[in-house]
Design a protein around this ligand. Sequence first.
Ligand code: SF4
Length: 410
Amino acid sequence: MHILSKSTYIKGLQCEKALYMTKKHPYLRDKLSIEQRAKFQRGTDVGILAHQYFPGGVNMTPASPSQFPKKVVETMQNLNNPSINVMYEAVFQHNDTLIMVDLLVRDGEQWRAVEVKSSLRLSPTYYNDAALQYYVLHGCGVPLSDIQLMHVNPDYIRHGEIDVKQLFQLVSVLDYAKEQEPIIASNVERLKNVVALPHAPQVAIGPHCHEPYTCDFLGHCWKNVPKDHSDFTVDYKALFAQAPDPKPRSIGYLNLLHHYPAVPELEGTKPYQEMILAFALTGEQEPDGYTFWNCFDDHSRWQECYAMLEERFTHYDLIVCFDPNNPGLGFKLFNLYDVLQNAHLLHPSLKDGFNLQNIAEALFHGPKLFEHSRILVEALAQELTSYEQSKEDLLTENEVVKRIYQQFFK
Ligand code: SF4
Protein backbone atom coordinates (compact mmCIF):
# COMPACT_ATOMS: atom_id res chain seq x y z
CA MET A 1 0.00 0.00 0.00
CA HIS A 2 1.08 3.58 -0.52
CA ILE A 3 2.18 5.99 2.22
CA LEU A 4 1.64 9.30 0.43
CA SER A 5 -0.88 10.51 -2.12
CA LYS A 6 -1.16 13.81 -3.94
CA SER A 7 -3.44 15.27 -1.27
CA THR A 8 -1.40 14.05 1.72
CA TYR A 9 1.82 15.29 0.06
CA ILE A 10 0.32 18.78 -0.39
CA LYS A 11 -1.00 18.63 3.18
CA GLY A 12 2.47 17.68 4.44
CA LEU A 13 4.01 20.65 2.67
CA GLN A 14 1.53 22.88 4.50
CA CYS A 15 2.04 21.26 7.93
CA GLU A 16 3.77 18.03 8.94
CA LYS A 17 1.40 17.59 11.86
CA ALA A 18 -1.62 17.79 9.53
CA LEU A 19 -0.09 15.01 7.43
CA TYR A 20 0.60 12.85 10.49
CA MET A 21 -2.89 13.39 11.89
CA THR A 22 -4.50 12.57 8.55
CA LYS A 23 -2.63 9.29 8.35
CA LYS A 24 -2.80 8.26 12.02
CA HIS A 25 -5.80 10.03 13.56
CA PRO A 26 -8.21 10.85 10.73
CA TYR A 27 -11.18 10.59 13.13
CA LEU A 28 -10.05 13.88 14.75
CA ARG A 29 -10.70 15.81 11.54
CA ASP A 30 -13.24 18.63 11.56
CA LYS A 31 -16.51 18.00 9.77
CA LEU A 32 -16.57 19.45 6.26
CA SER A 33 -18.59 22.65 6.03
CA ILE A 34 -21.29 22.95 3.39
CA GLU A 35 -19.10 25.42 1.54
CA GLN A 36 -16.16 22.99 1.47
CA ARG A 37 -18.40 20.19 0.26
CA ALA A 38 -19.80 22.43 -2.46
CA LYS A 39 -16.23 23.30 -3.51
CA PHE A 40 -15.23 19.63 -3.76
CA GLN A 41 -18.36 18.89 -5.73
CA ARG A 42 -17.57 21.74 -8.12
CA GLY A 43 -14.06 20.33 -8.65
CA THR A 44 -15.51 16.89 -9.38
CA ASP A 45 -18.11 18.27 -11.82
CA VAL A 46 -15.51 20.28 -13.74
CA GLY A 47 -13.18 17.25 -13.79
CA ILE A 48 -15.88 15.08 -15.36
CA LEU A 49 -16.68 17.76 -17.94
CA ALA A 50 -12.96 17.95 -18.82
CA HIS A 51 -13.12 14.29 -19.95
CA GLN A 52 -15.00 15.56 -23.01
CA TYR A 53 -11.87 17.46 -24.09
CA PHE A 54 -10.34 14.03 -24.80
CA PRO A 55 -13.37 11.78 -25.34
CA GLY A 56 -13.52 8.00 -25.52
CA GLY A 57 -11.13 7.29 -22.65
CA VAL A 58 -11.03 4.41 -20.20
CA ASN A 59 -11.97 5.40 -16.67
CA MET A 60 -9.54 3.91 -14.14
CA THR A 61 -11.22 5.28 -11.01
CA PRO A 62 -11.19 2.51 -8.38
CA ALA A 63 -14.48 1.64 -6.70
CA SER A 64 -12.76 1.67 -3.30
CA PRO A 65 -9.27 2.40 -1.90
CA SER A 66 -8.58 -1.34 -1.62
CA GLN A 67 -8.56 -1.48 -5.44
CA PHE A 68 -5.62 0.89 -5.85
CA PRO A 69 -2.97 -1.88 -6.25
CA LYS A 70 -5.12 -3.57 -8.93
CA LYS A 71 -5.63 -0.27 -10.77
CA VAL A 72 -1.89 0.43 -10.70
CA VAL A 73 -1.28 -2.88 -12.51
CA GLU A 74 -4.11 -2.26 -15.00
CA THR A 75 -2.88 1.25 -15.76
CA MET A 76 0.59 -0.04 -16.61
CA GLN A 77 -0.97 -2.73 -18.85
CA ASN A 78 -3.09 -0.11 -20.63
CA LEU A 79 0.00 1.92 -21.49
CA ASN A 80 1.03 -0.95 -23.74
CA ASN A 81 -2.43 -1.54 -25.20
CA PRO A 82 -2.52 0.21 -28.62
CA SER A 83 -6.34 0.34 -28.60
CA ILE A 84 -6.30 2.63 -25.54
CA ASN A 85 -5.46 6.23 -26.31
CA VAL A 86 -6.93 8.07 -23.35
CA MET A 87 -7.19 7.17 -19.64
CA TYR A 88 -9.10 9.08 -17.00
CA GLU A 89 -7.76 8.90 -13.42
CA ALA A 90 -4.91 6.58 -14.38
CA VAL A 91 -3.29 5.29 -11.17
CA PHE A 92 0.49 5.18 -10.65
CA GLN A 93 2.68 4.45 -7.68
CA HIS A 94 6.38 5.18 -7.17
CA ASN A 95 8.41 5.32 -3.97
CA ASP A 96 5.29 4.68 -1.81
CA THR A 97 3.55 7.66 -3.41
CA LEU A 98 0.28 7.13 -5.25
CA ILE A 99 -1.22 9.51 -7.77
CA MET A 100 -4.22 9.58 -10.06
CA VAL A 101 -3.73 11.47 -13.32
CA ASP A 102 -6.89 13.30 -14.38
CA LEU A 103 -6.25 12.82 -18.11
CA LEU A 104 -3.55 10.74 -19.77
CA VAL A 105 -3.50 11.03 -23.55
CA ARG A 106 -1.45 9.03 -26.02
CA ASP A 107 0.86 11.28 -28.04
CA GLY A 108 2.63 9.16 -30.67
CA GLU A 109 5.03 6.90 -28.78
CA GLN A 110 4.64 8.99 -25.66
CA TRP A 111 1.91 10.21 -23.28
CA ARG A 112 0.66 13.62 -22.28
CA ALA A 113 -0.50 14.05 -18.68
CA VAL A 114 -3.12 16.69 -17.85
CA GLU A 115 -4.15 17.83 -14.38
CA VAL A 116 -7.55 19.58 -14.31
CA LYS A 117 -8.23 22.60 -12.08
CA SER A 118 -11.64 24.15 -11.70
CA SER A 119 -10.25 27.64 -11.10
CA LEU A 120 -9.70 30.56 -13.46
CA ARG A 121 -6.04 30.95 -12.56
CA LEU A 122 -3.15 28.70 -11.60
CA SER A 123 -1.69 28.93 -8.10
CA PRO A 124 1.76 27.75 -6.89
CA THR A 125 0.01 24.78 -5.21
CA TYR A 126 -1.21 23.60 -8.62
CA TYR A 127 2.33 23.73 -9.95
CA ASN A 128 3.44 21.63 -6.93
CA ASP A 129 0.67 19.14 -7.72
CA ALA A 130 1.88 18.79 -11.28
CA ALA A 131 5.52 18.46 -10.19
CA LEU A 132 4.58 15.57 -7.90
CA GLN A 133 2.67 13.92 -10.76
CA TYR A 134 5.72 14.25 -12.96
CA TYR A 135 7.99 12.78 -10.25
CA VAL A 136 5.81 9.67 -9.96
CA LEU A 137 5.21 9.27 -13.71
CA HIS A 138 8.92 9.63 -14.42
CA GLY A 139 9.68 7.18 -11.62
CA CYS A 140 7.28 4.67 -13.21
CA GLY A 141 9.08 5.03 -16.54
CA VAL A 142 6.13 6.56 -18.42
CA PRO A 143 7.46 8.28 -21.56
CA LEU A 144 6.04 11.80 -21.30
CA SER A 145 5.75 14.29 -24.13
CA ASP A 146 4.30 16.93 -21.83
CA ILE A 147 2.61 17.57 -18.51
CA GLN A 148 -0.04 20.27 -18.49
CA LEU A 149 -2.42 22.07 -16.18
CA MET A 150 -5.91 22.59 -17.55
CA HIS A 151 -7.95 25.43 -16.09
CA VAL A 152 -11.15 27.32 -16.81
CA ASN A 153 -10.80 30.07 -19.43
CA PRO A 154 -11.91 33.38 -17.84
CA ASP A 155 -12.81 34.85 -21.26
CA TYR A 156 -15.12 32.07 -22.37
CA ILE A 157 -18.69 33.15 -23.06
CA ARG A 158 -21.39 30.54 -23.37
CA HIS A 159 -23.24 30.44 -26.69
CA GLY A 160 -25.49 27.39 -26.94
CA GLU A 161 -24.02 24.11 -25.67
CA ILE A 162 -20.81 24.23 -23.66
CA ASP A 163 -17.78 24.10 -25.96
CA VAL A 164 -15.16 22.32 -23.83
CA LYS A 165 -12.34 23.22 -26.24
CA GLN A 166 -13.07 26.88 -25.54
CA LEU A 167 -14.03 26.51 -21.90
CA PHE A 168 -10.66 25.06 -20.88
CA GLN A 169 -7.12 26.31 -21.40
CA LEU A 170 -3.94 24.21 -21.25
CA VAL A 171 -0.60 25.37 -19.85
CA SER A 172 2.57 23.26 -20.11
CA VAL A 173 4.45 22.87 -16.81
CA LEU A 174 6.97 20.30 -18.05
CA ASP A 175 10.08 22.48 -17.59
CA TYR A 176 9.01 23.47 -14.09
CA ALA A 177 8.25 19.86 -13.13
CA LYS A 178 11.65 18.65 -14.39
CA GLU A 179 13.42 21.38 -12.45
CA GLN A 180 11.54 20.46 -9.28
CA GLU A 181 12.21 16.73 -9.44
CA PRO A 182 15.12 16.63 -6.93
CA ILE A 183 13.17 18.84 -4.50
CA ILE A 184 10.10 16.62 -4.79
CA ALA A 185 12.24 13.53 -4.18
CA SER A 186 13.65 15.01 -0.98
CA ASN A 187 10.18 16.19 0.17
CA VAL A 188 8.78 12.69 -0.36
CA GLU A 189 11.53 11.16 1.82
CA ARG A 190 11.00 13.79 4.52
CA LEU A 191 7.22 13.30 4.57
CA LYS A 192 7.50 9.51 4.63
CA ASN A 193 9.67 9.90 7.74
CA VAL A 194 7.01 12.13 9.31
CA VAL A 195 4.37 9.43 8.80
CA ALA A 196 6.71 6.88 10.44
CA LEU A 197 7.14 8.96 13.63
CA PRO A 198 5.83 7.38 16.85
CA HIS A 199 4.03 10.62 17.85
CA ALA A 200 2.62 13.62 16.04
CA PRO A 201 5.30 16.27 15.40
CA GLN A 202 5.01 19.38 17.57
CA VAL A 203 3.81 22.22 15.37
CA ALA A 204 2.51 25.48 16.82
CA ILE A 205 -0.70 26.92 15.39
CA GLY A 206 -0.24 29.95 13.15
CA PRO A 207 -1.09 31.47 9.78
CA HIS A 208 -0.06 28.23 8.05
CA CYS A 209 -3.25 26.68 9.49
CA HIS A 210 -5.18 28.58 6.80
CA GLU A 211 -2.65 28.71 3.96
CA PRO A 212 -2.92 27.55 1.25
CA TYR A 213 -5.93 25.60 2.57
CA THR A 214 -7.92 25.76 5.79
CA CYS A 215 -6.63 22.79 7.78
CA ASP A 216 -9.18 20.20 8.84
CA PHE A 217 -7.62 19.79 12.30
CA LEU A 218 -8.36 23.34 13.47
CA GLY A 219 -10.88 22.07 16.01
CA HIS A 220 -8.27 19.71 17.48
CA CYS A 221 -5.25 22.04 17.51
CA TRP A 222 -7.05 25.24 18.44
CA LYS A 223 -9.25 23.77 21.16
CA ASN A 224 -7.13 25.21 23.98
CA VAL A 225 -7.07 28.76 22.64
CA PRO A 226 -8.97 30.73 25.29
CA LYS A 227 -12.18 32.45 24.28
CA ASP A 228 -12.52 35.71 26.12
CA HIS A 229 -15.42 37.60 24.63
CA SER A 230 -14.25 40.98 25.88
CA ASP A 231 -11.00 40.43 24.15
CA PHE A 232 -11.36 41.47 20.52
CA THR A 233 -8.73 43.80 19.12
CA VAL A 234 -9.04 46.16 16.21
CA ASP A 235 -6.82 48.83 14.71
CA TYR A 236 -9.11 51.84 15.29
CA LYS A 237 -6.92 54.18 13.26
CA ALA A 238 -7.21 51.92 10.22
CA LEU A 239 -10.90 51.43 10.95
CA PHE A 240 -11.83 55.12 11.13
CA ALA A 241 -9.68 55.97 8.12
CA GLN A 242 -12.24 53.93 6.15
CA ALA A 243 -15.31 55.61 7.68
CA PRO A 244 -17.81 56.88 5.10
CA ASP A 245 -17.25 60.53 4.33
CA PRO A 246 -19.45 62.57 4.41
CA LYS A 247 -21.49 60.88 7.09
CA PRO A 248 -24.44 59.25 5.36
CA ARG A 249 -27.95 60.47 6.20
CA SER A 250 -29.70 57.40 4.92
CA ILE A 251 -28.33 53.85 5.11
CA GLY A 252 -29.62 50.63 3.62
CA TYR A 253 -28.41 47.22 4.83
CA LEU A 254 -28.00 44.61 2.16
CA ASN A 255 -27.64 40.86 2.26
CA LEU A 256 -27.02 38.93 -0.93
CA LEU A 257 -27.01 35.32 -1.96
CA HIS A 258 -24.65 34.96 -4.89
CA HIS A 259 -24.01 32.09 -7.18
CA TYR A 260 -20.76 31.77 -9.14
CA PRO A 261 -21.09 28.72 -11.42
CA ALA A 262 -17.69 27.51 -12.67
CA VAL A 263 -19.36 26.33 -15.86
CA PRO A 264 -21.67 29.03 -17.26
CA GLU A 265 -25.27 27.96 -16.86
CA LEU A 266 -26.93 30.59 -19.00
CA GLU A 267 -26.50 31.90 -22.52
CA GLY A 268 -24.11 34.85 -22.74
CA THR A 269 -22.51 34.31 -19.31
CA LYS A 270 -18.88 33.63 -18.41
CA PRO A 271 -17.33 31.10 -16.00
CA TYR A 272 -17.80 32.17 -12.37
CA GLN A 273 -19.99 35.08 -13.44
CA GLU A 274 -21.72 36.54 -10.43
CA MET A 275 -25.46 35.94 -10.30
CA ILE A 276 -27.47 37.26 -7.41
CA LEU A 277 -30.18 34.77 -6.59
CA ALA A 278 -31.71 36.61 -3.68
CA PHE A 279 -31.34 39.73 -1.65
CA ALA A 280 -32.79 41.31 1.46
CA LEU A 281 -32.52 45.06 1.80
CA THR A 282 -33.51 46.77 5.03
CA GLY A 283 -33.84 50.49 5.58
CA GLU A 284 -36.21 53.36 6.15
CA GLN A 285 -37.01 53.65 2.46
CA GLU A 286 -38.17 50.07 2.12
CA PRO A 287 -41.86 49.27 2.26
CA ASP A 288 -42.44 47.32 5.51
CA GLY A 289 -38.87 48.14 6.52
CA TYR A 290 -37.39 45.64 4.08
CA THR A 291 -37.44 44.35 0.52
CA PHE A 292 -36.89 40.67 -0.16
CA TRP A 293 -36.44 39.29 -3.66
CA ASN A 294 -35.39 35.92 -4.99
CA CYS A 295 -35.07 33.97 -8.22
CA PHE A 296 -34.02 30.63 -6.73
CA ASP A 297 -36.30 28.75 -9.08
CA ASP A 298 -35.50 30.77 -12.20
CA HIS A 299 -31.87 31.85 -12.46
CA SER A 300 -32.48 33.50 -15.82
CA ARG A 301 -34.08 36.37 -13.90
CA TRP A 302 -30.80 37.31 -12.25
CA GLN A 303 -30.46 40.48 -14.32
CA GLU A 304 -33.83 41.71 -13.07
CA CYS A 305 -32.32 41.52 -9.65
CA TYR A 306 -29.52 43.92 -10.60
CA ALA A 307 -32.02 46.35 -12.11
CA MET A 308 -34.11 46.29 -8.94
CA LEU A 309 -31.09 46.79 -6.70
CA GLU A 310 -29.89 49.69 -8.82
CA GLU A 311 -33.26 51.37 -8.42
CA ARG A 312 -33.41 50.77 -4.64
CA PHE A 313 -29.85 52.08 -4.19
CA THR A 314 -30.93 55.53 -5.41
CA HIS A 315 -32.89 55.95 -2.16
CA TYR A 316 -29.81 55.74 0.08
CA ASP A 317 -26.52 57.55 0.63
CA LEU A 318 -24.82 54.32 1.63
CA ILE A 319 -25.47 50.59 1.36
CA VAL A 320 -23.77 48.50 4.07
CA CYS A 321 -23.13 44.79 3.63
CA PHE A 322 -20.82 42.03 4.82
CA ASP A 323 -19.71 40.07 1.81
CA PRO A 324 -16.51 38.04 1.25
CA ASN A 325 -17.23 37.88 -2.46
CA ASN A 326 -17.06 41.60 -3.18
CA PRO A 327 -20.22 42.06 -5.19
CA GLY A 328 -19.81 44.25 -8.25
CA LEU A 329 -22.62 46.61 -7.37
CA GLY A 330 -21.15 50.09 -7.52
CA PHE A 331 -19.65 52.82 -5.48
CA LYS A 332 -22.21 53.11 -2.68
CA LEU A 333 -21.39 49.74 -1.20
CA PHE A 334 -19.66 49.77 2.18
CA ASN A 335 -18.43 46.23 2.68
CA LEU A 336 -17.78 45.52 6.35
CA TYR A 337 -15.96 42.35 5.39
CA ASP A 338 -13.15 44.39 3.77
CA VAL A 339 -13.32 47.20 6.30
CA LEU A 340 -12.91 44.92 9.33
CA GLN A 341 -10.20 42.84 7.68
CA ASN A 342 -8.27 46.00 6.80
CA ALA A 343 -8.63 47.09 10.43
CA HIS A 344 -7.23 43.71 11.57
CA LEU A 345 -10.16 42.68 13.74
CA LEU A 346 -8.91 39.76 15.83
CA HIS A 347 -10.62 37.44 18.28
CA PRO A 348 -10.32 33.72 19.09
CA SER A 349 -13.84 33.21 17.66
CA LEU A 350 -12.41 34.09 14.24
CA LYS A 351 -10.00 31.16 14.26
CA ASP A 352 -12.15 29.10 11.95
CA GLY A 353 -13.29 31.76 9.62
CA PHE A 354 -13.77 35.49 9.18
CA ASN A 355 -17.49 35.17 8.79
CA LEU A 356 -20.52 37.02 10.09
CA GLN A 357 -21.40 34.41 12.66
CA ASN A 358 -17.93 34.42 14.24
CA ILE A 359 -17.71 38.21 14.20
CA ALA A 360 -21.11 38.43 15.89
CA GLU A 361 -19.84 36.04 18.52
CA ALA A 362 -16.67 38.09 19.00
CA LEU A 363 -18.51 41.40 19.36
CA PHE A 364 -21.87 40.52 20.92
CA HIS A 365 -21.57 36.90 22.17
CA GLY A 366 -23.85 35.74 19.36
CA PRO A 367 -26.51 35.66 18.15
CA LYS A 368 -26.65 32.30 16.45
CA LEU A 369 -27.04 32.80 12.72
CA PHE A 370 -28.21 30.66 9.91
CA GLU A 371 -25.65 29.70 7.32
CA HIS A 372 -25.76 31.57 4.07
CA SER A 373 -24.25 28.64 2.30
CA ARG A 374 -26.96 26.30 3.55
CA ILE A 375 -29.65 28.48 2.02
CA LEU A 376 -27.70 28.73 -1.21
CA VAL A 377 -27.01 25.01 -1.52
CA GLU A 378 -30.66 24.24 -0.89
CA ALA A 379 -31.72 26.87 -3.39
CA LEU A 380 -29.44 25.46 -6.07
CA ALA A 381 -30.68 21.96 -5.41
CA GLN A 382 -34.23 23.33 -5.80
CA GLU A 383 -35.00 21.88 -2.43
CA LEU A 384 -35.79 25.07 -0.65
CA THR A 385 -38.80 24.14 1.36
CA SER A 386 -39.48 27.51 2.87
CA TYR A 387 -38.88 30.84 1.18
CA GLU A 388 -40.22 32.42 4.35
CA GLN A 389 -37.44 30.79 6.35
CA SER A 390 -34.73 31.93 3.92
CA LYS A 391 -36.13 35.43 4.10
CA GLU A 392 -35.94 35.29 7.89
CA ASP A 393 -32.35 34.03 7.67
CA LEU A 394 -31.27 36.84 5.39
CA LEU A 395 -33.03 39.46 7.47
CA THR A 396 -31.52 38.14 10.70
CA GLU A 397 -28.08 38.48 9.19
CA ASN A 398 -28.94 41.99 8.06
CA GLU A 399 -29.74 42.93 11.65
CA VAL A 400 -26.28 41.73 12.66
CA VAL A 401 -24.65 43.75 9.86
CA LYS A 402 -26.54 46.81 11.10
CA ARG A 403 -25.41 46.20 14.66
CA ILE A 404 -21.77 45.86 13.65
CA TYR A 405 -21.93 49.05 11.58
CA GLN A 406 -23.51 50.96 14.44
CA GLN A 407 -21.00 49.62 16.95
CA PHE A 408 -18.09 51.17 15.05
CA PHE A 409 -19.48 54.03 13.00
CA LYS A 410 -22.33 55.67 14.94
S1 SF4 B 1 -4.41 23.19 12.73
FE1 SF4 B 1 -2.47 24.13 12.17
S2 SF4 B 1 -0.94 23.19 13.49
FE2 SF4 B 1 -2.76 21.90 13.59
S3 SF4 B 1 -2.42 20.34 12.06
FE3 SF4 B 1 -3.55 21.96 11.07
S4 SF4 B 1 -2.04 23.31 10.14
FE4 SF4 B 1 -0.97 21.99 11.61
